[in-house]
Design a protein around this ligand. Structure first.
Ligand SMILES: [Zn+2]
Length: 594
């Protein structure tokens, strides 16, 4: 644990302009510095750094925050790691709070595991590159035309026929074999003899976003099964939140603002070798919510490139569903039948592949296309079945504009009218999200603020600048006016403010208090654009105005929802009457306010 005054000390000693200036060429523009955003591809600068407030904000993709947020995003590391890294740079000595006995033991175990993984990676790599018993691995790579540079980039290794070389290496370095067993590297046989679990296999180290090995995948050199053996999950390796190749791809994903997702290790390698580097692979598992969250952090769209067979299509549709829910635009790259990325690139080259990316269809469109090719809507029965198949997926589309467009498209393709489709939707039960799965806060490309958000933002700025507004907010309780995204900022402002605090120091304290990057982004955006409040002399008028707008928009929002629900419901539905009454109440409220 790092004490909060240390965090502040580090922040005070780092010049944000110097820090960011090492990655981005910055030019002064008024009170800010601007440059090309390192987090999304752009040609005209929309990335701003404000030295006085020690924050950055990109008007293009919404990235923003303080020095720590910058390092976290750039290097894909956690907040404590970002603090440690900048502390080193600033020459601040961080004394960690003494760990409890349990924490100490956990940390010891973790350190031992990391050391074992590093050693194993080196051992496999050396076997492949230098040792006589690595010969089969070397000739296999030659046969697959994997050049030494590519092999080195991945840290490829080889686990030889003999099943005791890693055991020896671990013993020689004094490591615990029990710890290595937890990581799935060695096993204790029935007669107490330890042996290596991976043998006769080409080794792909699976690494975290900073390039540290956290697990291994071993591939057979012939057609034996299983083709791959993967390390089991461990405290360092959670399949559902690790993407293979992210360490090699991070920079390119940011530059392209897009990631290509493939299924296999060799698919990944084939693309990398051909110069397509914004690629990640799932590690022998289906794409998960955790993966999507991870991808959203670094890019603003994904391209799915899975096998062309029916299992691949199923995986694509599942991935599409997750992307729709998290509002991450997804596209599907298709290859000619029988081709995988490796064979396609060898036959047709990288340029044809770029064309395939350019031709990629939005995932939902591709899904409809596959579905209707398989089952043409040529009878009433089929149309109904198709509607039932499409409805649950359609409901996952989180973006209202997209919903609207696809609704029309679905009706056109199926040859049914809008009201039939809506009735079918209403008859369908909504798809509940599995318990425990939470939407990650959107950290990329926010749409321009809606009127309701503008009112909430103005309110936050008033709280920043006026002690009176803060008193008023404390008295009235803010919670009812603000939504989940804005409320934590208001709460932090109220908690950190005292009568002495000028807006500047107040926000620095607030930054130290926020741990959700999405909240930091919002804070940075507000701070970049609060000049219009500087000359305001009547904060109360503005405050009341915001509050009224929020109350009103809350009502209008609900009214819209109710009207939409009524539109998809037949009048004999049990909830119909009740909703109708509520709609009339809300309409009345609205006319009273105006
Ligand atoms: Zn940006």
């Amino acid at each position: 644990m790092i004490a909060s005054d240390k965090v502040r000390e580090v922040a005070e000693r780092i010049s944000i302009v110097d820090l960011i200036g090492e990655y981005v060429s910055l030019k002064r523009s008024g009170s800010n510095f601007t440059g090309l955003c390192p987090f999304h591809g752009e040609k005209t600068p929309s990335f701003n750094v404000n030295p006085a407030r020690e924050i950055f904000h990109c008007f293009g993709c919404g990235a923003g925050g303080d020095v720590f947020a910058f390092v976290m995003r750039l290097e894909g590391i956690s907040f404590p790691d970002a603090v440690r890294k900048l502390a080193q740079r600033a020459g601040v000595v961080i004394e960690e709070r003494p760990l409890t006995a349990d924490e100490l033991r956990a940390k010891g175990e973790r350190d031992e595991q990391r050391a074992i993984l590093e050693l194993a990676a080196r051992h496999y790599r050396e076997t492949l590159t230098r040792r006589p018993e690595g010969a089969p691995g070397r000739s296999y790579l030659q046969q697959r035309e994997v050049d030494p540079e590519t092999a080195a980039a991945y840290g490829l290794g080889y686990a030889p026929e003999r099943r005791d070389t890693l055991v020896h290496a671990l013993r020689g370095a004094g490591h615990s074999l029990d710890a290595a067993a937890v990581l799935g590297l060695v096993r204790n046989g029935e007669r107490g003899n330890w042996y290596d679990l991976l043998h006769n296999r080409l080794i792909f180290p699976i690494r975290d976003s900073q390039g540290h090995p956290i697990a291994f995948a071993g591939r057979v050199l012939d057609s034996a099964l299983p083709k791959y053996i993967n390390s089991p999950e461990s405290p360092l390796y959670r399949k559902s939140s690790v993407l293979f190749g992210l360490d090699l791809a991070l920079r390119e994903i940011r530059l392209a603002s897009a990631a290509i997702v493939v299924e296999g290790y060799f698919d990944h390698l084939a693309l990398y070798r051909a110069g397509v580097k914004n690629v990640v692979a799932t590690c022998g598992t289906a794409l998960t919510d955790g993966h999507i969250t991870l991808l959203k952090k670094h890019g603003d769209r994904v391209y799915l490139l899975f096998d062309g067979d029916s299992a691949g299509r199923k995986a694509t549709v599942r991935a599409m569903e997750l992307c729709l829910e998290q509002k991450l635009p997804a596209y599907v790259i298709t290859l000619p039948q029988g081709e995988d990325p490796d064979s396609f690139l060898q036959h047709q080259g990288a340029e044809s592949f770029q064309q395939r990316i350019a031709d990629a269809k939005p995932a939902f469109e591709q899904y409809l296309c596959w579905l209707l090719t398989k089952t043409p809507p040529d009878s009433v029965d089929r149309k109904v079945r198709l509607m039932d198949e499409i409805a649950p997926r359609y409901k996952r589309i989180a973006d209202p504009v997209e919903r609207d467009l696809y609704e029309k498209e679905i009706c056109r393709l199926l040859g049914v009218d809008l009201s039939s489709f809506r009735k079918r939707l209403a008859g369908e039960r909504a798809v509940p999200r599995p318990a425990g799965q939470q939407h990650a806060p959107a950290t990329m490309a926010p749409p321009p603020p809606k009127p309701r958000d503008r009112a909430q933002e103005s309110l936050l700025l008033l709280l920043t600048h006026y002690e009176g507004a803060r008193d008023e907010a404390r008295r009235n309780g803010l919670a009812e006016f603000l939504d989940q995204q804005h409320r934590p900022l208001a709460e932090a402002l109220l908690a950190e403010a005292d009568s002495q605090a000028d807006p500047q120091t107040l926000w620095q304290r607030v930054f130290g208090r926020l741990d959700d990057p999405a909240h930091k982004e919002l804070a940075a955006r507000l701070l970049m654009a609060d000049q219009h409040l500087a000359g305001m002399d009547d904060w109360r008028h503005a405050f009341d105005d915001c509050r009224q707008r929020l109350q009103q928009s809350g009502g209008i929002k609900e009214l819209k929802q109710v009207v939409r629900q009524l539109g998809t419901m037949s009048s004999d539905h049990p909830d119909y009457q009740q909703l109708l009454v509520r709609a009339n109440e809300l309409r009345k409220q609205k006319s009273e306010i105006q």
